[in-house]
Design a protein. Structure first.
Length: 97
């Protein structure tokens, strides 16, 4: 059944709620299955954690990756402002002056 999804979706993930004490063997099996079928395996140890993963995936669904991509600083002023702004005692307003 998992292999049938191989061409249906661009991004495939398997979210697993782990609720058993000895979970190493089932997790190893699921890990192998996900690697073979190009899935992303996400493990959650509580229902709240699983819900947060689902909320995050849903929030970014349909959006381009520029929201999470590292910003490139092209000019020298942007690079210096970013470098100085990363120092705790210097804020971005002070660094740009």
């Amino acid at each position: 059944r998992v292999a049938e999804l191989r061409t249906d979706f661009e991004y495939r993930m398997m979210l697993v709620h782990v609720d058993v004490e000895d979970s190493s063997n089932p997790i190893l099996f699921l890990n192998d299955l996900c690697v073979q079928n190009d899935f992303t395996l996400i493990l959650a140890w509580s229902e709240e954690e699983a819900a947060r993963y689902l909320e995050t995936v849903k929030a970014f669904d349909g959006k381009d990756d520029s929201l999470i991509r590292k910003r490139e600083f092209t000019t020298h002023i942007e690079q210096v402002t970013h470098a100085l702004g990363s120092v705790r005692s210097v804020n971005k307003t002070d660094a740009s002056q």
